[in-house]
Design a protein around this ligand. Structure first.
Ligand code: SAM
Length: 317
């Protein structure tokens, strides 16, 4: 399904909980704030996923808070898979992976992104608030042992950890990580108050481009991708510096409190689907019909964020 700006809907990003065992100083909290409330049940997430597939969604990404804190995570994954979604992936801080990686694989999880913002113990603690580097590194090895592929690492570049970037590239190469995502700080959630730590990606990207044997631009978010001689793929995620980032957005989000959220940056473009998810007096088909209508509305109100709009306006002026 294409929106008014020609952007397809292909991906559903589901926030499973606002609770987290880390406290990264820049956390955008998926644009939802951090109020602790009970998340949606596996059945409710499954209903939204099922309808999402009817509108072209092929992949579901689980996020949080920290998704691995959900005790029913395996059930969430298997329920989503049973709706016909092609790929279920998860972004995690990796701390609990050593204990649960196998269970998640068995439940049908296809892919994992592990956030890794530093490789020195002290710096890791400074960024995440937790002395957990060793466990996260074990978690990364554990997902490899369980056959997850590709394995992707997420690193958010800030003034507090920019000196870790090269180490993370080397670590990725040495540990045969498939992809490393270098992410620019988003001014959302705690990312707003910590935006003074924003660090431009320009120099780092230029250096990577010089080393690369191949490069391309992905249609999703118009993210540049570089292949290093080692085979490591580095993807650059620049929501702030890339004015056409939002023009390549293919997502709708499902929030912890049951809203279809059409943009990370905005709270006004949301549709509350809680009634469809909880109205036990309605037949299943009626609830699905309500959800279909909600998706139609969501697609009709999706729009690229302010930077792209400002650029359009300045081009027209
Ligand atoms: N706790 C999980 C984790 O650490 O991956 C999932 C939630 S976290 C909000 C999802 C991803 O967003 C992580 O890769 C995290 O590093 C990234 N992230 C969080 N805040 C950000 C910000 N202000 N700017 C850019 N990326 C951010």
């Amino acid at each position: 399904m294409i929106d008014r700006y020609g952007r397809p809907l292909e991906d559903l990003r589901v926030t499973l909980t606002h609770v987290c065992n880390f406290s990264c100083f820049f956390c955008h909290m998926e644009g939802e704030g951090s109020q602790t409330i009970e998340g949606l049940t596996p059945e409710q997430i499954g209903l939204v996923s099922k309808v999402a597939t009817e509108f072209g969604v092929k992949s579901v990404k689980l996020t949080g808070g920290e998704p691995t804190l959900r005790r029913d995570l395996a059930e969430v994954i298997s329920t989503i898979k049973s709706t016909g979604v092609r790929e279920v992936s998860m972004t995690t801080n990796g701390f609990l992976l050593p204990a649960i990686a196998g269970k998640l694989k068995d439940a049908g999880l296809d892919r994992i992104n592990i956030s890794l913002h530093a490789l020195t113990r002290e710096k890791f603690k400074e960024v995440t608030g937790v002395d957990g580097l060793d466990r996260v590194v074990i978690g990364i090895r554990e997902v490899k042992n369980h056959g997850f592929k590709p394995i992707k690492l997420n690193y958010v570049l800030t003034k507090r950890n920019h000196d870790e970037a090269k180490k993370i590239i080397e670590f990725s190469e040495q540990n045969e990580i498939d992809e490393l995502h270098l992410i620019e700080l988003h001014p959302v959630g705690l990312g707003k108050s910590s935006f003074t730590y924003h660090e431009s990606m320009r120099n780092l990207e230029e250096e990577i481009a010089r080393m690369a044997v191949k490069s391309e631009i992905r249609s999703k978010h118009f993210r540049p991708r570089y292949v290093l001689p080692s085979g490591l793929v580095i993807e650059i995620v620049k929501p702030y510096a890339n004015p056409i980032f939002c023009a390549g957005c293919n997502r709708v989000r499902l929030t912890v409190d049951g809203k279809l959220k059409t943009c990370l940056y905005r709270d006004d473009k949301e549709i509350d689907v809680m009634y469809a998810l909880t109205a036990n007096s309605l037949a299943l088909e009626e609830r699905l019909e309500l959800l279909r209508h909600a998706f139609e509305v969501a697609i009709s109100i999706r729009e690229p964020n302010f930077k792209y709009m400002m650029n359009l306006e300045s081009q027209q002026a």
